[in-house]
Each structure stands twice: as structure tokens, then as C-alpha cells.
Write a protein that binds this ligand. Sequence first.
Ligand code: PMV
Length: 353
Amino acid sequence: ADPKTYTATCSAPVNIAVIKYWGKRDTSLILPTNDSLSVTLDQDHLRSVTTASASAAFEAGDRLWLNGIEEQIKDSKRLLACIQECRKVRKSREEADASLAKMSDLPLHICSENNFPTAAGLASSASGFAALVATLASLYSLQPTLSTSDLSRIARQGSGSACRSLFGGFVAWQSGTSPDGSDSLAVEVAPKSHWPSLQALICVVSDAKKGTPSTAGMQQSVATSPLLQHRIKNVVPGRMVEMGKAVQAKDFDLFAEVTMNDSNNFHACALDTSPPIFYMNDTSRAIVQLIEEYNRSSIEETGKRRVAYTYDAGPNAVLYAEEKEVPTVLALVRHYFPNADFDDTFNLLGAGA
Ligand code: PMV
């Protein structure tokens, strides 16, 4: 008879940080230099779907395909770390419980697909590693022995920001202080249902592969930017508190203020790096000016901001707004960027809904 094949499929969405992670204190365990906080987007938009199978029939050993193209697992310390960690937990459970199927040593075939451009600064590594760990956890039945935060600690070793995509809604990655990374994990700040009217709008300014990958960029910033040291010590701790308050109170004005300030501070740190790193381009900056102007007139009228922008390690803008503001924001962006490349690709995403 054919050997038994075990299979599981899971998906994970992208998350967009409103307090950015930038800098590692341990590059192999992926331990960050500061706490961060993000919003996980809805499943049906930007996401990775991963299927993993384990079978004695897979004679060539572990193999992995990303968007249909085979990747060499052995060349990626990060993939190896995530797979090994999940296997190790399964193995110890099999040793403790003789009734569990012996599958931890079986070779794996893993397929992962993104429904959006990979490595364009759209957080593909976040959804990718989160989906990988969620899928292996399902294949090996690791939950509830491991909590979602425990899984986030494994996904963190694939890509830092991936730890936050294990949860929906509003998520904090606590940097932790332990050198072994045991307390560097994601926790839920508020579930998706807490603030369903908050929406995210992705403006794809460019879907080309980004210039400086986040790993190299962070390393250069940690080594050379005095502004990053200031950010880590004096800026982020207060902002984590403010952002926690903004989310709990669903205070969009405060949420927007802290989000935009933090994006600008992160990009200032990129510019303060030697050699300087430019993630935003002219279109990105024009969007900043447009939103600033729109908020200025809104503050005059109502005392409050209506839109927030944030940028990761690439030129694409993510705009946050309350649902009732979205039609106006869309009309505004379309009006000022009638011929922009992103015109037909910018998607309306439900965040926290
Ligand atoms: O996890 P990485 O290496 O893709 O780093 C992500 C860094 C930012 O996207 C710029 C910020 C963040 O917190 O997601």
C-alpha cells in the first residue's frame, strides 16, 4: 500500500505596522531593538496560502515551492529554523504520547502562494512565514499545547514582522529582554471586532522588488544611525503607550497622529543611515503632502484628522481611515493621481473588520 500522507493548509494575511520594527539586537534569533504594533489586514486581500504534506513517499527529503518555483530550504536558515522548531515540538509530543502518529521524521513538501507581488514592500515575508508556521502547527497538531503567542515566537525566526500575522486585529510584538528570545513574541492588543470601522487602503506606488531588503537596511541602520538609537530609547516606548490608548478608545485622531509620526521617524532613521536608504519616492512624498493638507483642513473644521499614512521598506502607501471617510479618501487620491500606476491596483482592504 502507498505510505500515508498527512496534509494541512492554512493562510495568513499581511500586517501593516503603525509603530515600526526597525533594528535587530540578535540577527540569528531575530530579536528586535524595539516593540512594535500592527494591524492585521483581512484574509481575503493580501495573504499567503500554504499547504504542507508529510509522507514517507517523498524520497528526496524536504522540498518547498514559493509561487510555483522551488526554493532550496537548506539555503535559508530562516526556513530551516521554522521547520525544525515545529518538528521538534511534534517529536517531543510523539515521545510523550504513544498514541500519536509518528510523523515528525517524515519528509515534507510545502507549497506557498501569495496573491500579491512578493518582496515589493507589501510584507510578503510576514504573511508567508506566518502561514508556514500556522500550517505546520496544524499538520503536527501543535495547538493547544502551543499557544498562538508560542507559534509567533517560531514565526519570528522566519521574519520578525511575521510573528504579528499569527493574530488578527491589533497586535503588539513585545521585544522582550531575554537573550534566548523566549519573551520576544506577539500578543493581541484588541481583536478585529473591536474597531471594525477602521479601514486600510493600499496604494501600490510600485510593485517592483524593493532596493534595500529590510534585513540589510536594519543592519546598516543599527550600525550607523544615531537617530535610530534615539528612536529606540526615547521615541518608541512612549508611542507604544499612546497607540495602545488610541486603539482601546478607538480614537482615530490619536491613532493617525502617532501612526504618521512613527512612519516619518522610521524613514528619517533610514535617511540617517550611512549610506542613506530611500524607501519613499516622489509619489510617496506627494501622497504625504496630500494627506497632510487634507488633515490640516479637517482639523480646522472639526479639530480632528481623518486619514493616516504609513510606509514600510518600500514606496507604497498604506492609508488608514474610518469606513465613512473611505469614499472621499478614494476620490481624493484618484483626483490627484489620475494617471498614477497605482490607479487600478489600489485595493480597498478591510482592516480589523
Ligand atoms: O520582518 P521584516 O524583516 O520584513 O521587517 C519589516 C520591517 C517593516 O516592515 C519596515 C516595519 C514593520 O514593523 O513591519
